[in-house]
Write a protein that binds this ligand. Structure first.
Ligand SMILES: [Zn+2]
Length: 302
C-alpha cells in the first residue's frame, strides 16, 4: 500500500536526485577523480540581471578617492601616474591584442604574461609548458609528489606570502591543485570520453589546452575547516572570506565570480585563485569585473 506520505517522500527523493544530477557537471578545476564534487552547471540560465553590470567608467573611480582634499598636488600626480601605468598594463594585455587564429582555435599570444587570459574560447599554444615551475613551500591537502604541487616561480613566492599572512591571522589554508600539464588534461579528457561519451565530455570537461591551470598561475585553495573540499561552501567559511579579502594584496584574484558564468564560462569558484601580479590585483578586485571584462579594450581608457 502506498500512502500519501510515501508518495510525497518519493517525490522529494526524485527532486533531490534531479538536483544532484545537475551538480555532477564539472568545473574548470575538474581533475577526473573528484570532479563530481564540483558543479559546473552548463544548463544554468545565463544571468539576465543587467543591473549588476559594471560600467566601463566604474572601473577606476576608486583610484581617485580621497585626492580632493589633497592641496599640494604631488600625491594627486602620483595617483595619476599609477592609474596611467595600470591602464597601460591593461592595454598591453587586452583580449583583442593577445590572440591569433590557428585553424579553428583562437590561441593566446602572451602565454607567459602574468596577465594572460585563457578560457573556453582562448587556448594556450599547443604543448605550452611554463619553464619556471617550482613547488611553493605551503601546506597541501595531500601527501606525495605530484605535478599539481607546482606553480610558476613568481606566483609560488606570492602564494607563500599569502599563506604566511593567513597563518598570522589564525587562518588555516591548504593548497589543493595548481599546475596541470597539457598531457594530464588529455588523459582527464580521454577518460571522461570513455566514461561518458564524446558529446557529454565536450560539454562538461575543459578541452586540453583551455585550462587556466596549465598557465601555472592558478591554484585551488581550501581549508581543513571544510574538509579541504573545493566546493562553494568554502566561500562561506571564515577562511574563504579571508581569502577573498586578502588575496589581492598578494597579487591574486578570485577568478570565477558569482553570477558571471555567462562571461567566464564557469560557475562561482571561491577556491580558484589566479595570480595576476601585485600591481593589478587590487585594482581588478576593486573593479568587481571579471578578467574578461577588465582586459576588454572597450573598458580600457588610455
Ligand atoms: Zn581551479
Amino acid at each position: 500500500m502506498i500512502t500519501t506520505k510515501m508518495k510525497r517522500h518519493r517525490w522529494t527523493i526524485a527532486l533531490l536526485s534531479t538536483l544532484l544530477m545537475g551538480s555532477v557537471l564539472l568545473t574548470g578545476c575538474e581533475e577526473g577523480g573528484q570532479g563530481q564534487k564540483e558543479g559546473q552547471n552548463l544548463n544554468a540560465p545565463a544571468t539576465s540581471d543587467t543591473s549588476e553590470e559594471v560600467t566601463p567608467d566604474g572601473t577606476n573611480d576608486n583610484k581617485t578617492d580621497g585626492t580632493e582634499d589633497n592641496k599640494d598636488g604631488i600625491e594627486t600626480g602620483k595617483e595619476d601616474t599609477e592609474t596611467d601605468s595600470v591602464m597601460a598594463l591593461r592595454a598591453q594585455s587586452s583580449l583583442q591584442s593577445s590572440i591569433q587564429q590557428e585553424g579553428d582555435r583562437s590561441v593566446v599570444t602572451n602565454a607567459e604574461a602574468v596577465t594572460v587570459i585563457v578560457n573556453k574560447e582562448r587556448s594556450l599554444p599547443e604543448g605550452y609548458e611554463p619553464d619556471d615551475l617550482v613547488e611553493p613551500n605551503v601546506p597541501f591537502s595531500f601527501d606525495g609528489p605530484h605535478e599539481k604541487r607546482h606553480l610558476r616561480k613568481e606566483a609560488a613566492a606570492a602564494l607563500e606570502e599569502l599563506f604566511a599572512a593567513a597563518k598570522e591571522d589564525g587562518i588555516e589554508l591548504r593548497a589543493v591543485s595548481g599546475y596541470r600539464s597539457y598531457n594530464r588534461q588529455v588523459s582527464v579528457y580521454n577518460s571522461s570520453v570513455e566514461r561518458n561519451g564524446e558529446e557529454y565530455a565536450a560539454r562538461v570537461s575543459a578541452k586540453p589546452g583551455y585550462s587556466e591551470h596549465q598557465t601555472g598561475l592558478a591554484i585551488d585553495v581550501s581549508s581543513p575547516s571544510v574538509g579541504n573540499v573545493i566546493e562553494e561552501v568554502f566561500g562561506d567559511s571564515e577562511e574563504g572570506k579571508w581569502l577573498e579579502e586578502h588575496a589581492p594584496e598578494y597579487g591574486f584574484v578570485i577568478r570565477y565570480l558569482k553570477d558571471r558564468e555567462d562571461i567566464t564560462g564557469y560557475v562561482y569558484e571561491p577556491w580558484h585563485i589566479r595570480y595576476v601580479g601585485k600591481e593589478l590585483a587590487p585594482d581588478i578586485a576593486e573593479s568587481g569585473l571579471t578578467l574578461e571584462e577588465y582586459f576588454d579594450e572597450a573598458n580600457i581608457k588610455l
